[in-house]
Design a protein around this ligand. Structure first.
Ligand code: HEC
Ligand code: HEC
Length: 314
């Protein structure tokens, strides 16, 4: 299966990708022209051919393989509108802001597709979720996989009962095209002290024209503190666990926590039944929270935008 896939991919025309910058500005140069590859000693012709399959892309991953075999999986119609009957793209566009960050599809003459440029952006975003040095640990493989088969909890539901699923195998095969020493993005760990001292009060303090989050989310991350006192340690821990689920550590802009309450005109989610708390991504409160999501803000000293008097400090 995987072998036939590889040969299918390598039969494609000699398109070369030239990575211009890390921010995934990719140029496809197709045709007969050879791209000069800086190398100390020119490799023999046979090796040049092999190198063409792994150009200078994020993590050295094969773009042609991605485009032909992996990206269609994200689009696949699964027959329904709920959970794992839904296509990945239905939940995973950059507007919905779940990790994976697929581009919203381009619509033209009744067709929905990704342009070349969009595919390249997708490729760069998806690459962030894979670990060529240890493919099976890739977030891309763990989310859709059943927890009973070693997968992880995924709001989108279970797509694969085991690693034998054809989609799993195609993606795993693609990940191995990456450079073996390219790893996963380092895991940012969110600081609990900062959450308890500086983040949690945001949920119970309204701003002008906007209800506090606790008005609607008190069953989850925005639990109310006990009358007249601060949250118990246990309450804070529970709220922290609930919120972590809405955060993409290290990536504030793809964290639903910071995206939902941001006004759509400022790049926020198109829909939030709870109204908006921030009208610009640069809102000082949002920035202070973003610093926490980035792993930078730690400890129990709160920066100015996060100093609230309610509830009373322990
Ligand atoms: C019904 C909506 C929905 C569908 C369909 C869906 N997802 Fe998700 N997915 C989510 C949400 C929401 C998150 C963020 C919260 C979480 O991790 O569960 C997520 C998270 C992820 C993550 C990141 C996990 C991590 O490590 O943080 C990956 C990777 C992923 N999904 C891949 C997929 C793939 C691949 C498909 C299609 C086979 C898919 N998803 C289908 C909603 C969905
Ligand atoms: C008036 C009620 C209300 C208020 C106030 C409110 N929300 Fe929401 N929120 C909702 C509802 C309803 C949903 C689910 C539907 C949707 O996404 O709009 C939601 C969804 C969300 C989600 C996505 C949850 C998921 O599982 O994907 C996040 C994150 C979120 N809200 C954060 C906040 C934050 C942070 C605040 C305070 C700044 C807040 N909300 C205030 C009603 C509210």
């Amino acid at each position: 299966m995987s072998i036939s896939l590889m040969s299918r991919v390598s039969r494609r025309p000699a398109c070369r990708l030239l990575a211009l910058s890390l921010s995934s500005l990719l140029l496809a140069a197709c045709g007969g022209e050879e791209q000069a590859t800086p190398a100390a000693t020119p490799p023999p012709a046979a090796e040049v051919e092999t190198a063409a399959a792994t150009p200078d892309t994020p993590k050295g991953l094969d773009y042609a393989f991605y485009k032909e075999a992996v990206e269609p999986i994200f689009l696949r119609n699964r027959g329904g509108f709920v959970g794992s009957d839904t296509s990945c793209v239905a939940c995973h566009t950059s507007q919905a802001n779940a990790p994976l960050g697929l581009q919203p599809l381009t619509l033209e003459d009744g067709n929905a597709f990704w342009t070349e440029e969009q595919s390249q952006q997708n490729f760069a975003n998806v690459a962030m979720l894979v670990n060529p040095s240890d493919p099976a640990s890739s977030r891309l493989l763990l989310a859709p996989l059943a927890p009973t088969a070693g997968g992880e909890r995924h709001s989108g539901g279970i797509f694969w009962d085991s690693p034998d699923h054809s989609e799993y195998r195609v993606m795993a095969e693609w990940i191995t095209t990456g450079s073996p020493d390219a790893g996963a993005e380092s895991i940012v760990d969110l600081d609990f002290d900062f959450f308890r001292s500086c983040v949690q009060p945001v949920f119970v303090n309204p701003i002008e024209n906007a209800m506090p989050c606790a008005e609607c989310h008190s069953g989850e991350f925005a639990v109310e503190p006990p009358e007249g006192s601060y949250w118990t340690m246990e309450q804070s821990q529970q709220a922290f666990e609930d919120l972590v689920y809405l955060v993409d550590p290290g990536r504030p802009d793809s964290s639903r926590f910071l995206h939902k309450p941001l006004h759509p005109n400022a790049g926020g989610d198109l829909m939030h039944n709870g109204g908006r708390r921030w009208f610009s991504p640069d809102d000082p409160e949002r920035q202070a929270l973003a610093a926490w999501v980035s792993g930078e803000a730690r400890g129990s000293e709160c920066p100015a935008p996060l100093q609230y008097d309610f509830p009373p400090r322990p």
